[in-house]
Design a protein around this ligand. Sequence first.
Ligand SMILES: Cc1cc2nc3c(=O)[nH]c(=O)nc-3n(C[C@H](O)[C@H](O)[C@H](O)COP(=O)(O)OP(=O)(O)OC[C@H]3O[C@@H](n4cnc5c(N)ncnc54)[C@H](O)[C@@H]3O)c2cc1C
Ligand SMILES: NC(=O)c1ccc[n+]([C@@H]2O[C@H](COP(=O)([O-])OP(=O)(O)OC[C@H]3O[C@@H](n4cnc5c(N)ncnc54)[C@H](O)[C@@H]3O)[C@@H](O)[C@H]2O)c1
Length: 467
Amino acid sequence: MTHYDLAVIGSGSGNTLISPEWADRKVVLVDGGTFGGTCLNVGCIPTKMYVYPAQLAAAAGESSRLGVDLTLDRVRWSDIRDRIFTRIDAISSGGRAYRADELENVTLIEEYVRLTGETSFETASGDLVTADQVVIAAGSRAVLPEIPGISLPQVHTSDTVMRLQDRPRRLLIVGGGYIAAEFAHVFGSFGTDVTIAVRSGGMLRQLDETVSEAFTEHAARQWDLRLDTDVTGITANDDGSVTVRLSGPAGAVDLEVDAVLMAVGRTPNTDRLGASDAGLDLHDDGRLAVDEYQRVLRDGRPVEGLWSLGDVSSAHQLKHVANHEAKIVAHNLLHPEALRASDHRFVPSAVFSHPQAASVGMTEEEALLHAEASGTTIVTAVQHYGSTAYGWAMEDTQGFAKIIAERSTGRILGAHILGHEASMIIQPLIQAMSFGLDARSMARGQYWIHPALTEVVENALLNLALD
Ligand SMILES: Cc1cc2nc3c(=O)[nH]c(=O)nc-3n(C[C@H](O)[C@H](O)[C@H](O)COP(=O)(O)OP(=O)(O)OC[C@H]3O[C@@H](n4cnc5c(N)ncnc54)[C@H](O)[C@@H]3O)c2cc1C
Ligand SMILES: NC(=O)c1ccc[n+]([C@@H]2O[C@H](COP(=O)([O-])OP(=O)(O)OC[C@H]3O[C@@H](n4cnc5c(N)ncnc54)[C@H](O)[C@@H]3O)[C@@H](O)[C@H]2O)c1
């Protein structure tokens, strides 16, 4: 048995906790997977490194209506893949070497572990570790539904699809969320025939309904979108392809593809950690229950010396949320007398698809419930990119910004943008909501650069029918 001052389980966002303040204490960092976790190795970073070249490839199909005839000669999949992972793998191995070899006070255990108590765990090879303080930052993993054929090598998750030897000619994506939308854009723009099977009646259904409906329409124009459709089985064919049995509005249909990407959500890694056996409180979706200081709960009360952050305990499976929670835990570990609370009031997110979707705050549906509960009235404005000068320049026909505010105070409750660079255009609204700037002050109290695309936000704010 070895005892440490601090043990961190998970080298994703957990890795950032080992700051110089711990230099004179014994620390252990544990990770059974690839050093650096999801975002770096198989998540945000490589996906966006694919999305950018996908945007370039897509431009060829879109520019002729502006009078610029581009042709796409070729997409060199293996060159793109190798460029991305040469860069990423070096960052992962450099980070690993720093923790494993360069810091005398830090031990790196490269094994999966299971909790044996509140602040103790056992490694896969049987070593027992105890610590004064333990941080669980064990993330989440892709869900694989129990379907016949799910273990075939042609069936992928986001963990493996980016490293394929060759770009598939035909790809079925199962799911209608973030990962489905982003990979449909990547593979579709590169020339793959993309089919998407969505169990429900639309894509990105967790977003505001106006955005979800518009995105679903754009998706149906770009890809072979099958709504209200389940996958019931996958069988291998002699030529290396697979036949997928789909069950949808037209009954059972067989689809032949070269690869399948399962994108049906991610589950927190609490089961593999044995969190329930250790008596820790879990939400219905399997994530650890924590209080506002990121302390793990047992029977509703914080466990002394046990903390958690990121996907394993967060309602938001987003890297910027994991990073925020890591900063809170980093402070609280060192300042038990002055704990800081995490702030989940205005968590934004963006889907880097085609078009992009970005969102912060309440959907219209949530705002209506809020209005009913608080006795207030809400107002909504939808401003199309095509109504601004920059939108004319782009000949844009799809983009819009939707803003929801409280009528009497102008308090911005939610903002939802679909279209070119939505992930950037939304940032001033995130800032306004975070710092309590009301819609009227935000619209009138500053210059808006003309004719930048941000005028779509300015005009949406001005069009809110406030008191
Ligand atoms: C394809 C994809 C694209 C994404 N794109 C974005 C994006 O654009 N923007 C965004 O904000 N978010 C994005 N995300 C989500 C983001 O990647 C995650 O929210 C974030 O990485 C979670 O960080 P974490 O530190 O909680 O967990 P992780 O980074 O997953 O780290 C957890 C680590 O714990 C290790 N581990 C797990 N169990 C054990 C155990 N029992 N013992 C030892 N080690 C263990 C794992 O091996 C892993 O390395 C994306 C996710 C995916 C899959
Ligand atoms: N840009 C980003 O920030 C980004 C990008 C990718 C992933 N992520 C994070 O990763 C998480 C996981 O992404 P995701 O796309 O896998 O999940 P998701 O929750 O966004 O979407 C899952 C989809 O699968 C469907 N589904 C669920 N179970 C199913 C089943 N058994 N059969 C068929 N369909 C089923 C759901 O209805 C939904 O359409 C996201 O929630 C997000 O937090 C973020």
